[in-house]
Ligand binder design. Structure first.
Ligand code: PLP
Length: 409
């Protein structure tokens, strides 16, 4: 069993420990929800103030050029590309993950005449399934959702596109992105990966896997801020062929020609739709820049070590308290969070929050603990499990105030 002294030694040996002070994190709080909303980087606070006062306040409309606003979606896209094994000009920051997935799926359907089915797995993040549902209704195509173990068997000449989330939002299980992409391609299907829980957390190499489309989220491990814009990846070989179904004016090859007929930008620019949210974009850029300062392989190693410690502490300190591990035990198969199951999970998480450990709850019984190595310490793991044990030992979670449902869990 790992002792407090050993935990302290782990923190002392942690070469990434210095990144913690780059974030605004309330003292005493153990924040294990960076997989849902990353914390505020100090520099982001300064950047937003500067963008508002100088670029918007003083620069006004000139700032579209002079402050680089107009190029921000592709500039930040190129930075995110480095985190997911994509090339320059293959990633664009725009809209939300849901909307970007819609664009990718619609493009994929149009690129696959004669194939009319969008395929995904049950247990995928609901918005991904909902977007397929809406798009199927709009285009007269179909969507199918099957259990993960039946996905590959379902791939035939009817499947236009397979869409999956790389790291499962409940269990943190990681799909074999390269193998599934290969199997889909062998069956003539395109693939669209949702990297919302992967980007900035687990290694992704889109180019070597030959992925067609991908989308992902800016406010989780990229620490881009609440409602940060998302990103979209389109493999270079598809860019001139993938129709821009949301054909807004900024995706036009020459927006300021004010041409009355839409002609798409030849590259990823066609996946822009309207005017980007500049304040949010600049906040996202700080989050991405901060992440890029760290060695990504070292971050992933630390994330695995933190998660291993957390699991070991739960195993040894929470025996007989009713928890079961809902995430893979093997480091390589587990993404950026650790999930525990407990029949009273909701109330336990509320009680834990009152003790200053923030995770989240995903019904019916999953407690999720986000493990973000950029700002978490080994001591945080120890503290979180200690407080969890206290919540259970003193049956705090039974109190009525912890059993009332909120609208955001
Ligand atoms: C968080 C998340 C989203 C978020 O979608 P938005 O449209 O940006 O709100 C989408 N997909 C997955 C898998 C997610 O985890």
């Amino acid at each position: 069993m790992t002792t407090p002294a050993q935990v302290q030694a782990m923190d002392e040996a942690d070469a990434l420990a210095g990144f913690r002070e780059r974030f605004h994190l309330p003292r005493g709080l153990v924040y294990l929800d960076g997989n849902s909303l990353g914390p505020l980087p100090i520099r982001t606070q300064e950047r937003i103030a500067r963008v508002a006062a100088q670029e918007w306040g003083d620069g006004l409309i000139n700032s579209w050029e002079s402050a680089g606003w107009i190029d921000a979606p592709s500039r930040i896209g190129d930075k995110i590309a480095r985190l997911i094994g994509a090339g320059s000009g293959e990633v664009l920051v725009a809209d939300s993950t849901s909307i970007n997935l819609f664009k990718c799926l619609a493009a994929a359907l149009a690129m696959q005449p004669g194939r009319t089915v969008m395929l995904s797995e049950s247990g995928n993040f609901p918005t991904d399934l909902y977007m397929m549902q809406g798009l199927a209704g709009l285009t007269g195509t179909r969507y199918e959702v099957v259990p993960a173990d039946r996905l590959l068997g379902r791939l035939d000449e009817s499947i236009a596109v397979l869409t999956l989330t790389h790291v499962n939002y409940r269990s943190a299980a990681i799909h074999d992105l390269a193998a599934i992409t290969r199997a889909a391609h062998d069956a003539g299907a395109l693939v669209a990966w949702d990297l919302s829980h992967s980007v900035g957390s687990v290694p992704v190499d889109l180019e070597s896997a030959g992925v067609d489309f991908a989308v992902g989220c800016g406010y989780k491990f990229l620490n881009g801020g609440p409602g940060a814009p998302a990103f979209v990846y389109v493999a270079r070989r598809h860019q001139a062929l993938a129709p821009a179904v949301l054909s807004g004016w900024l995706g036009h090859r020459e927006p300021f020609a004010f041409d009355e007929t839409y002609q798409p930008d030849p590259g990823i620019g066609r996946f822009r739709c309207g005017t980007p949210p500049i304040l949010s974009l600049m906040a996202l850029e700080e989050g991405v820049d901060l992440l890029l300062e760290a060695d990504q392989a070292a971050l992933r190693r630390k994330q695995s070590a933190l998660s291993r410690l957390f699991i070991e502490l739960v195993d040894s300190h929470c025996e007989g308290l009713g928890f079961t591990l809902a995430s893979p035990r093997e480091d390589e198969r587990r993404g950026g969070h650790v999930s525990l199951r407990h029949p009273h999970g909701f109330a336990i998480m509320q009680a834990l929050k009152a003790r200053g450990v923030i995770g989240d709850f995903r019904g019916p019984d999953i407690l999720r603990f986000g493990i973000a190595p950029l700002y978490l310490s080994f001591g945080d793991m120890y503290e979180a499990v200690t407080r969890l044990v206290n919540v259970m030992r003193e049956a705090e979670w039974r109190r009525p105030e912890f059993n009332r449902r909120a609208s955001v869990t």
